[in-house]
Design a protein around this ligand. Structure first.
Ligand SMILES: [Cu+2]
Ligand SMILES: [Zn+2]
Length: 192
């Protein structure tokens, strides 16, 4: 074997190694893509503390507890204008923007249309309305059958938003509920 032949052999062998490395990288990237989405953290109890967006004074606490057939919400909010206010779980647990925009759109892991909480077709995050009394105080205690605290549709880590206007429960994609007056992040709670 002369020098040229040796060089050709080295190049071929080296090329094969590079190709093998490239292919294995490609294969692992493909494997990652094929994997199902990682499930969000699981909890039996969660809480969101609502903080006002800029120019508002809306505060509140929402507690979520896993119960038979769904998730019980116990909600108390102050500083609202009297009447109905759209109330939803939004996609992102990001309360950093002054206007609440960081929370993104309604949490909708099943790619449904916007609707009422009791509707057959709804975003998972569609919780309808809070209704404030003359003093701007709203309480709501109900069991929602669409929310989950575990699995791929878990609301843990997502955002919670209260709006300036009523959710009409039918306009797409967000019920025409207007500006965001308070936002919160849904976190794991110690339990009841
Ligand atoms: Cu909303
Ligand atoms: Zn919606």
């Amino acid at each position: 074997m002369n020098t040229t032949q040796q060089l050709v052999l080295v190049l071929r062998f080296g090329g094969a190694l590079v190709a093998a490395a490239f292919l294995s990288q490609f294969a692992s990237a493909a494997d990652e893509q094929a994997m199902p989405p990682k499930a969000a953290p699981t909890a039996t109890s969660a809480v969101a503390v609502l903080i006002p967006t800029q120019g508002n004074d809306v505060h509140g606490t929402v507690r979520f507890t896993k119960v038979a057939g769904g998730v019980r919400l116990v909600t108390e909010v102050t500083g609202l204008t009297p009447g109905k206010h759209g109330f939803h779980v939004h996609e992102f647990g990001d309360a950093s923007a002054a206007d609440g925009a960081g929370a993104g759109g309604h949490f909708n892991p099943t790619h449904e249309v916007h609707g009422a909480p009791m509707a057959e077709h709804r975003h998972e995050g569609d919780l309808g309305n809070l209704e404030a009394d003359a003093a701007g105080h709203a309480v709501l205690d109900f069991v929602d059958t669409g929310l989950a605290l575990e699995g791929a549709s878990s609301i843990i880590g997502r955002g919670l938003v209260v709006h300036a206007s009523p959710d009409d429960l039918k306009s797409q994609p967000v019920g025409n509920a207007g500006k965001r007056v308070a936002v919160g992040v849904i976190g794991i709670a110690k339990g009841p």
